[in-house]
Ligand binder design. Structure first.
Ligand SMILES: Cc1cc2nc3c(=O)[nH]c(=O)nc-3n(C[C@H](O)[C@H](O)[C@H](O)COP(=O)(O)OP(=O)(O)OC[C@H]3O[C@@H](n4cnc5c(N)ncnc54)[C@H](O)[C@@H]3O)c2cc1C
Length: 397
């Protein structure tokens, strides 16, 4: 690394000053509802001028994607600088300006496999939150066995003609574009798949929301009826999409697994003690729950330490290529335990579904939502299969 400690201290000072001057005070308070989370895109309704301004300022500086190259709208920071930016944002309680499938999933795939023209065209728009993406992978008969996908793209001279159906497409009804796996050769399984980008306003694309147990409809069925997609919107080579799909999945799994690290503003133990009360020694007055919470908090700390270790290994090019499956498995299962404990500690109150007291059933709804985390991006069982085979070297079933 080229910087000296003095360089980094200067960077920290300048970063802090910039954040203080540019992060609106409203964006330094924790997000309370989903509307406080900024997803960007052409159809996004900003909650406030502060939310819009914060995204605009961070996007212009490249700090929505601090480590992407400047040429593609990123901040061009190295690991040490990016870590400082994260620390300074946390110290000032700055909200993350943009949540985005473009940043977490498509961006890394385009950086590795996209043409120069695609990188220049899409990455800057992703960094600035100008376009919102959805992921067209799963189909009614292709989930865990994703390579069975059947949505067909006929190859024509200057375009693909797409017909078929995707399912569980998160935010398909709010996205501007989809990164999509299509079958371009029916004779082969893995080597008959291509990775294409589809403008959701193209004639023939339609979506139908699916209602979840949590009462929300964050995902859809997506239908393609003779959808014409220009040939230039293929990423990589024809029939070589499976490699890109798998690479993107490692980023998705890492991102979802990070949920395990997301400890709550009020730790579970303190929340439980406030609800249930303390014994004369000042401990949570429920020895069984106390033991469970203690086990959870130890595991939470261990997971956090492990993700840091994996991060350092990745920077040194030493991380196991399948480690994202282990992170995803453990992080999502840990988060399920976190919310089981929150529900147990909250007692009957935690079952409330609506009303100001429970902030419209935050605990109940989050508890239900965590179930989906260990399914999306590949189920826990599938991640365990990957860990068994690729990391532990156990024989396949
Ligand atoms: C909240 C949420 C958001 C999602 N968002 C998207 C999205 O944006 N885009 C998208 O394309 N998809 C999305 N998905 C779909 C998700 O990727 C699939 O649900 C997932 O891959 C599992 O596929 P499936 O639902 O078809 O289940 P199946 O593959 O039918 O699995 C059913 C059960 O069988 C088990 N199973 C299957 N195969 C094996 C095996 N080999 N060994 C052991 N057990 C096995 C599974 O673990 C599971 O318990 C989302 C899902 C959820 C829950």
């Amino acid at each position: 690394m080229s910087e000296t400690t003095t360089d980094l201290e200067t960077f920290r000072r300048e970063t802090r000053a910039w954040l203080q001057a540019n992060c609106p005070s409203e964006m330094r308070r924790p997000a309370k509802t989903e509307a406080d989370i900024c997803w960007g895109g052409k159809r996004f309704k900003y909650q406030s001028e502060a939310q819009r301004l914060w995204l605009q300022r961070m996007g212009e500086r490249g700090w929505t994607v601090p480590m992407w190259p400047r040429a593609y709208g990123g901040g061009g920071l190295d690991h040490a600088q990016a870590a400082i930016l994260r620390e300074e944002m946390a110290a000032l309680k700055c909200r993350v300006p943009l949540q985005s499938f473009g940043i977490w999933m498509l961006g890394p795939a385009l950086l590795k496999y996209g043409s120069e023209q695609q990188k220049r065209h899409y990455l800057r728009q992703i960094a600035r939150g100008e376009i919102r993406w959805c992921q067209g992978y799963s189909e009614p008969n292709a989930g865990s066995d994703l390579a069975s996908l059947a949505t067909k793209a006929e190859v024509h001279e200057d375009h693909f003609l797409v017909n078929g159906q995707k399912i569980w497409t998160s935010y398909a009804d709010e996205a501007d574009w989809m990164f999509c796996l299509v079958r371009t050769d029916t004779a082969k399984k893995h080597t008959g798949i291509s990775f294409i980008l589809i403008d959701m306003t193209t004639p023939g694309v339609s979506t139908r929301p699916i209602k979840l147990i949590s009462g929300k409809s964050p995902f859809c069925e997506t239908f393609f009826d003779n959808v014409k997609v220009p040939s230039s919107q293929i990423v990589g080579e024809l029939n070589a999409g499976w490699t890109i799909a798998k690479y993107l999945l490692t980023h998705e799994r890492e991102m979802i697994g990070g949920i395990g690290e997301r400890s709550l503003p009020t730790p579970v133990g303190r929340f439980a003690a406030e609800r249930i009360g303390r014994d004369p020694a000042g401990r949570l007055d429920d020895p069984v729950l106390r033991a469970e919470i203690a086990r959870f908090e130890v595991d939470e700390a261990a997971f956090s330490a492990w993700t840091k270790l994996v991060g350092a290994q990745a920077r040194g090019g030493e991380a196991h290529p399948a480690v994202s499956s282990a992170l995803k498995y453990y992080g999502t299962e840990l988060n399920k335990r976190r919310w089981e404990l929150m529900a147990a500690a909250g007692g009957a109150d935690a079952l409330e579904w609506e009303g100001a007291r429970s902030q419209d059933g935050t605990i109940a709804r989050t508890w239900l939502r965590t179930k989906g985390n260990s399914i999306e991006g590949g189920t826990s069982e599938v991640q365990l299969n990957v860990v068994a085979k690729r990391i532990l070297g156990l024989p396949g079933a």
